[in-house]
Design a protein around this ligand. Sequence first.
Ligand code: PLP
Length: 417
Amino acid sequence: FAALEAFDPDIAGVLTAELGRIRGGLQLIASENLSSPEVLTALGSTLSNKYAEGYPGRRYYGGCAEVDVAENLAIERCKALFGADHANVQPHSGASANQAVYGAFLKPGETILAMSLPHGGHLTHGTKVSFSGKWFDAVHYGVDKDTEDVDYDEVERLAKEHRPKVILAGGSAIPRQIDFARFRAIADEVGAVFWVDAAHFIGLVAGKAIPSPVPHADVVSFTTHKVLRGPRSGAIVCREEHRAAIDKAVFPMMQGGPQMHTIAAKAVNFKECATPEYAAYTEQVVTNARALAAALGEKGIRPTTGGTDTHLSLHDLQGVGVTGVDAEARSDAAGITLNKNAIPFDPQKPNIASGIRVGTPCVTTQGMGEEQMQRIGELIARAVVDGDADPEHAVSREVRAGVTELVEAFPAYPRPA
Ligand code: PLP
């Protein structure tokens, strides 16, 4: 770090300031986490220099003996972790992994049935602004008005009506356990491929805190940087019969050279995921999410679906008369990072939103438990209901003092003693 500081103090300053930001506040973005120093070491390594188009043992470049070892380890560890027939660890991100799944199973113009973005899906699940909605015919299901959970009857009705080539489960704001067996049965009924985008919750599956989609799905795509706690990247696991289609779709259809430093970091992460400590962490992530959802609910910030089974909860702010955009700004001013989020049947535009989404991966990684979740719920409620977007406002200062107490007791990236 000293060399970077000397050569480029501007960028060194950004790195230092970002570490300070992480350490100084509460990180409650449901899709973020704090990777281990070991994962970060692999990411910042000379493996970044290597071109390795192709797959281990079948490369288009020389000098790949060492990176082949890393990729083979990543593949084998990933397969073992999820009990999968095949793993492709080359996707650069969740969106790249999803692109490859489209490439493997669909031709332009063919139909996919997926969760709608306003009800908790993802941009890459057929929205008009994404390649997925421009090149494919996307039909969307949503949540049930009463339960606010996936409307499985609607999935079945739309599947029979549109006969999609692929049915996709998963999304970015789904607090409840998805019924993979029900999806599988619907896919079988209409002869569709069943795809799960497990980006958000795959870490909980890795730690066995929630049931796995792998036995049910033809293909499972995911990011590696959310609950899973690996590097910022993606991966795909699939049944043996789809191996060739997935591998060809990742490379050469969608990507060029794989990022070998990131693949090495994924291998390190998959090894971490197989430890008892990791399993305990994932259980605590869910326990904490339930506790935080309940604590916010007690303050009138209602969790949709009544709570959560996973690492995130979605909250309806209409009861306290605050918009999502204001809640995000007030929290930010008080040292709490979370995001505004549309809630199902939201009367507000997406850039205003009536909700917030909170997640527990980071604070759990820092060692916090249910007692701290209760306190975080109180702090968020105070900032959101009584606070202000001005960091110098009295309530912002008061809440920030509470945040500081918590992050000093449970530091992110603790300094060596
Ligand atoms: N799929 C889901 C369900 C996601 O939540 C996300 C990211 O938030 C992605 C895909 C895209 O991942 P990335 O940002 O790595 O492209």
